[in-house]
Design a protein around this ligand. Structure first.
Ligand code: SF4
Length: 376
């Protein structure tokens, strides 16, 4: 299990629920639009709102955005997203609960240099440590957390010269920053390895976690597939990458990146968490695809059952086409709705029959009544 860190009042890692986060896509200087969007995201379930801070002015405006959110009674922690501008990070770290830096472009000088001698490589690393020290001091003084977020495709020339644009390079880049922070006794850290290629994202995250554990570190991990796109493809890419790692036991916070309004991301994030059992926020339905043995309208029944039981968080309900294979195959369902003849339904609690051969028209209401009476 990872260590637990605090981002404002929010706990992350160390057994806390896997947190769902997203990022605004408004102009950070447009306070009103950003606040309104952040409020919509929070309403949809977003627990951590990231906002880009490309320069010092934008970083300063995060303070105004924070104030406005508080005026609306919204205490959601904010994360400043920083690329290329250490000064913006230093300002933001005094105003919001977390800053995200990209080791590939935080302070590394990218000048087209393709080869580094051992001495040059180490000198550059020393320079990064010195620049990071300023940010780390500010973070410590303000209890600000930091995400060190490596992205495939924005690794520094120094890292590329040694490891190439590879999962190894991504993991090493983050490990270097982890070491710098540990040397300065700063531990409020989260790490991420992102890529638009699902395999690269999964491989680099696994590799990073392996290396981190080998060094005795246990920081929380942020998961996300970048540039996943929109629609079904964006959702499936996110589910494949995030889901694979959650099933490995890796991941303390997730961001589903869609080319859609950010509030559209939250339901997908919760669905992924539910699908892999990482965070249960809705009932679980185990329903067979039906076949020639089904003698009732299973599609209509499933739809109706879902509508009428959506408040029963964590309850597992089996909806099965036939009594021949249904009861055995609904596995660990708490309750079962199983076809048992023409338009007839038999209800189960676990493996026990509680009511036999009810007419389909009454069966859903019977099921809901039975489950509710059981949960009073
Ligand atoms: S449970 Fe019965 S109806 Fe459903 S797929 Fe299996 S055999 Fe067919």
């Amino acid at each position: 299990m990872s260590r637990q860190i605090h981002i404002g009042k929010l706990t992350l890692g160390g057994g806390a629920p896997v947190r769902v986060q997203s990022m605004t896509n408004t102009d950070t200087m447009d306070t009103r639009a950003t606040v309104e969007q952040a409020l919509r995201m929070v309403e949809a379930g977003c627990e951590l709102v990231r906002i880009t801070a490309p320069d010092v002015k934008a970083a300063e405006n995060l303070g105004r955005i924070k104030e406005e959110l508080l005026k609306h009674g919204c205490e959601v922690p904010l994360v400043a997203d920083i690329h290329f501008n250490p000064k913006a990070a230093e300002v933001a770290a005094t105003l919001v609960e977390k800053v995200r830096v990209n080791p590939g472009n935080y302070t590394d000088r990218n000048t087209g240099k393709l080869e580094f001698t051992e001495q040059e490589y180490n000198d550059e690393l020393k320079r990064i440590g010195e620049r990071m020290a300023t940010l780390i001091d500010i973070c410590k003084a303000h209890h600000t957390a930091m995400r060190i977020g490596t992205n495939h495709g924005s690794l520094s020339e120094r890292i590329m010269s040694r490891y190439g644009n590879t999962p190894e390079g991504m993991a090493q880049s983050a490990i270097e920053f982890a070491r710098v922070c540990e040397e300065q006794d700063y531990h409020d850290l989260v790490f991420s390895m992102k890529a638009s290629n699902v395999k690269v994202m999964v491989d680099s995250t696994r590799l990073f976690v392996q290396k981190m554990h080998a060094l005795g570190m246990d920081y929380p991990i942020h998961l996300g597939v970048t540039e996943a796109g929109d629609g079904m493809q964006g959702r499936l890419k996110s589910a494949a990458g995030i889901g694979a790692l959650l099933l490995d036991g890796i991941g303390d916070t997730v961001r589903v990146s869609l080319t859609e309004d950010p509030e559209a991301e939250m339901p997908i994030a919760y669905d992924i968490l539910q699908a892999v059992g990482a965070r249960i926020t809705q009932p679980e339905y185990i329903a067979c695809p039906s076949c020639g043995r089904t003698q009732y309208d299973i599609q209509r029944a499933l739809k109706e059952i879902k509508e009428k039981t959506r408040h029963l968080v964590g309850v597992k309900i089996g909806v099965m086409g036939c009594i021949v294979n249904g009861p055995g195959e609904m596995a660990d369902a708490d309750y079962g709705y199983v076809g048992s003849g023409h338009g007839k339904i038999t209800l189960y609690k676990g493996k026990e029959i509680v009511k036999r051969d009810i007419d389909q028209k009454d069966a859903v209401d019977e099921l809901v009544r039975f489950i509710e009476s059981d949960h009073q």
